[in-house]
Design a binder for this molecule. Structure first.
Ligand code: HEM
Ligand code: HEM
Length: 228
């Protein structure tokens, strides 16, 4: 069973994840409409290209955007979640070994084990606190759909099962590992079709907005800086 889920099923889920996200990015660009959005994306590239980088980089820095500064506690939780969410799936030794031995044969460097453990635990704690935040704040609770709860579930399960297996918290290592791989693959397969597609589309929408503000909303006149 483990051989099947870390073999053919792993290849399939990673392929769906990668091709699905590439498709979503291509569809995003193809869907841009100069008339509807009233932005000529091809004009003024001298301003719009720096605008792309300003918009993306400011959101990748804690406190770099007004959105992050306006909600500092939530921003800390988002960053704690994302350090682990981006680094652990890619650079955990257990993962890099499987990736290297898989059909893809890709070799990535591995994180030190203690750092990977710490990042994983911080991500899980941040996820739980983000759930509490969504339940406690009425304005968020009203906006949260069943689909949004499902996204949080999909994200929590690989972390929870990975940590339980790794530290042998509930015995039965193999059972938890099997559950972990299946939840990890479910995450990969559904990501392109859900809001988890923000893994790639975050960069597309920030690039679009960065271009928009740099070309036509006076962003470039602020010396390359943005009001957010
Ligand atoms: C480089 C890649 C990524 C970027 C730039 C990114 C960025 C973001 C941003 C800007 C938000 C919204 C914050 C807000 O509501 O104001 C968000 C939310 C979220 N991200 Fe990511 N993300 C990335 C990768 C990931 C990955 C790999 C995962 C899962 C393993 C993930 C899971 C989540 C979840 C679950 C939320 C919603 C949290 C909530 O419901 O409050 N993200 N991300
Ligand atoms: C898709 C197939 C996946 C496979 C085959 C896989 C495999 C593994 C393996 C072999 C381990 C090591 C367990 C140990 O050290 O005993 C592990 C741990 C872990 N995995 Fe995965 N994984 C997958 C997906 C994911 C995903 C998508 C995430 C997160 C979004 C994730 C997060 C974790 C975490 C947090 C740990 C525990 C790390 C630690 O505490 O140091 N895994 N996984």
């Amino acid at each position: 069973m483990i051989n099947f889920v870390t073999g053919p099923l792993f290849t399939l889920s990673l392929a769906v994840f990668a091709l699905g996200l590439i498709f979503r990015m291509v569809a995003y660009v193809a869907g841009l409409d100069g008339k509807a959005d009233r932005i000529a994306y091809r004009a003024h590239t001298d301003r719009s290209i720096p605008g792309i980088f300003a918009s993306i980089i400011k959101w990748l820095i804690p406190g770099g955007s007004r959105g992050w500064r306006a909600q500092p506690v939530a921003a800390v939780l988002f960053f704690l979640l994302h350090f682990g969410a981006v680094l652990v799936p890619l650079f955990l030794l257990g993962h890099t070994v499987i990736l290297e031995n898989s059909w893809f044969g890709i070799s990535l460097p591995a994180l030190p084990a203690d750092l990977a453990d710490l990042l994983s635990i911080l991500s899980l704690v941040a996820l739980v606190l983000l759930v509490v935040r969504r339940i406690r704040l009425a304005k968020l609770r009203i906006l949260t759909t069943a689909g949004d709860w499902f996204i949080l579930f999909l994200t929590i399960m690989p972390f929870l099962t990975g940590i339980v297996a790794r530290f042998e918290l509930c015995g039965n290592y193999e059972g938890w590992m099997l559950a972990h791989v299946l939840f990890g693959e479910l995450f990969l397969i559904l990501a392109p079709f859900t809001k988890l597609s923000h893994i790639a589309l975050f960069f597309m929408s920030r690039a679009q907005i960065g271009m928009d503000y740099a070309i036509k909303r006076g962003g470039a006149a602020r010396g390359g800086a943005f009001p957010w």
